[in-house]
Design a protein around this ligand. Structure first.
Ligand SMILES: [Zn+2]
Length: 372
């Protein structure tokens, strides 16, 4: 979860991805060296750079207002948005749950492009009023920001999930099929297709003119394609594992090593007998820690006979553990985040089971085979 926290608006944290800084610089640079020197009358040098920075900041504000509109409409529909992330050419409002119904989804999705078009209208109106011509470069600056808001609104209306247009498509499919999962699969496929389309278009642009715009399109295409496929997978996983508790699928009884056993015994009676990378360690009936093959290998072989397991193990306090009533999706996320294959299940200090990724995958396979 990288990103710089820049502000907090209406209780929503706003973070900027490091990639956004690169885009910020590219926008300033292309405006200061290309757009403003070609304006009439031309603006060059320091003034052009200052206007470039102003335009990039207004663009940043426009993207932020776009995302905020999604977040505030979502909140009214009961969907919590703890964070808005701004990166590359756009932003993401992170929602903790899916919208409650198709109608809310349409409202949440449509708010962003509508606000972008409204902003464009406001900027164009200011240009038309003649006010900006009082300051040199004011007209071209606002025209640029207005045009980019139109582009932002239109781009987001492309019918590929998770873009706003793709969300509207999903809401429509959802209301017709009654299944959010099916709707997400189809809208996600549309998202992948749009992503591939953008990649192709970008490649074509790049070959034809070698312009930066082509590269830009390709990056956005790749991003969209990935986001579309992972959105469906996450939802499928949550749907399939819904209601599952760790105790239902954990492995028990557990093969556990007493903490006083020597590494010699650990190798002979455990690692050679059960093909696993690590074992839980117990002291009395209580969970004491985890010991891995690597930790054993770190000790010279000659010392194995006189080194007890508790001397090399990771102590229990440093091990992430699960409770028997924990949610399976959360448990799987914890294993993926920590890059571990198994986690001990502990209840009131006692080791009651162990949950492996394989346990979760087995359940996933059974449930998807049964189609339930
Ligand atoms: Zn949007």
């Amino acid at each position: 979860m990288r990103g710089l926290n820049v502000m907090r608006i209406a209780g929503i944290r706003v973070t900027v991805d490091p990639s956004w800084l690169i885009i910020f610089f590219l926008v300033v640079w292309s405006l200061a060296t290309g757009y403003f020197p070609e304006a009439r009358p031309p603006i060059e040098g320091r003034a052009a750079w200052a206007l470039g920075v102003a335009a990039a900041l207004l663009l940043f504000g426009s993207v932020l207002v776009h995302e905020l509109s999604h977040a505030l409409v979502a909140r009214r529909a009961g969907v919590v948005v703890p964070r808005i992330r701004l990166f590359l050419f756009g932003g993401v409002s992170e929602m903790t749950s899916e919208p409650p119904d198709p109608r809310s989804e349409v409202r949440i999705a449509a708010a962003g492009p509508l606000i972008s078009f409204a902003l464009a209208g406001v900027f164009y109106a200011i240009v038309e009023s003649g006010l900006p011509s009082l300051a040199p470069g004011g007209g071209p600056l606002l025209e640029y920001v207005a045009a980019l808001n139109v582009v932002l609104g239109l781009f987001n209306l492309l019918p590929g999930f998770p873009l706003d247009g793709g969300r509207i498509l999903r809401a429509w499919l959802w209301s017709r099929s009654g299944s959010l999962l099916k709707a997400t699969r189809w809208a996600g496929r549309a998202g992948s297709t749009v992503g591939f389309g953008l990649m192709g278009l970008g490649l074509f642009e790049l070959i034809r003119g070698g312009s930066l715009g082509g590269l830009w399109l390709m990056v956005i295409g790749v991003f969209l394609h990935q986001a579309a496929s992972s959105a469906y997978e996450v939802l499928l996983l949550q749907d399939t594992l819904a209601g599952c508790r760790v105790r239902q699928i954990m492995t028990q009884p557990v093969v556990a090593v007493p903490d006083h056993a020597s590494l010699e015994e650990l190798a002979r009676d455990y690692f050679f007998r059960h093909p696993r990378g690590s074992f839980p360690v117990v002291s009395g009936g209580n969970f004491a820690g985890m010991v891995s093959l690597e930790q054993m290998k770190d000790v010279p072989r000659d010392d194995w006979g006189r080194t007890p397991v508790r001397q090399v193990m990771t102590p229990g306090a440093q091990v992430r553990r699960l409770g028997p009533e924990d949610d399976c999706v959360m448990a799987l996320q914890a294993m993926v985040r920590d890059e571990v294959g198994r986690l001990p299940v502990v209840e009131e200090g006692h080791l009651v089971g162990i949950l492996s990724r394989r346990d979760v995958m087995r359940l996933l396979k059974i449930r998807s085979d049964l189609g339930s």
